[in-house]
Design a protein around this ligand. Structure first.
Ligand SMILES: [Fe+2]
Ligand SMILES: [Fe+2]
Length: 196
């Protein structure tokens, strides 16, 4: 894993939104894109070589496929819809100019969707870790399985940190800035999220 010693929650809280987006992209999105294909490959190699003795490995590989597929789509939505709008919000805020409501109505709709997807991924990861832990505890578990599961745990912890930064710093601050810029406010009850 990359060196994350420079991570400082205080600094992130004060970081301008556009820089925070770049931070999340560089540190966490890039990490997922680099690590997930490797993990996927290792999990399937293990499943293929232990098909008879340890069928749980196949279930683990299949669930990881699902998590990875959902995460890839999640990153795509953040990178192509939500984050560009957050960068636009920051530019309008700094330039002290107004902004037109986005096609999806308000930042709160994609934010709500992203937070829901974080929650679903959390639950899927929890199940995955539940399946892996008993195998790690076995004294005769082979080294490749231990190494792969250790990478899987690291991947999960990175996701927890990543979604925590988005849920508790980036998204609330984007909502705050949008509220300052957009008048009148979009009616939460009548608008629906049209993010694709
Ligand atoms: Fe993200
Ligand atoms: Fe996210």
């Amino acid at each position: 894993m990359e060196d994350r010693t420079f991570w400082d929650p205080e600094t992130l809280t004060d970081m301008p939104l556009d820089k925070l987006v770049v931070y999340v992209l560089k540190l966490h999105h890039d990490y997922i894109k680099k690590t997930a294909p490797l993990l996927q490959q290792q999990l399937h190699t293990l499943a293929n070589s232990h098909d008879q003795k340890q069928p749980k490995l196949r279930q683990i590989a299949n669930l990881f496929d699902q998590i990875y597929g959902d995460l890839a789509l999640h990153l795509h939505k953040e990178e192509n819809v939500l984050f560009p709008y957050i960068i636009q919000l920051q530019a309008a805020f700094v330039g002290n100019v107004g902004i037109s409501p986005p096609q999806f109505g308000s930042v709160r709709f994609p934010v709500r969707m992203m937070m829901q997807e974080h929650h679903v991924a959390d639950e899927q990861f929890a199940l995955l870790i539940d399946w892996c832990e008993p195998m790690i505890a076995l004294p005769n578990t082979e080294v490749l399985i231990r190494e792969t599961f250790s990478l899987l745990l690291e991947f999960f912890h990175d996701f927890c940190l990543h979604s925590h930064i988005e849920d508790t710093i980036l998204f609330p601050r984007a909502l705050e800035v949008e509220n300052l810029l957009l008048e009148p406010k979009v009616d939460d009850q009548t608008e629906s999220c049209r993010i694709k």
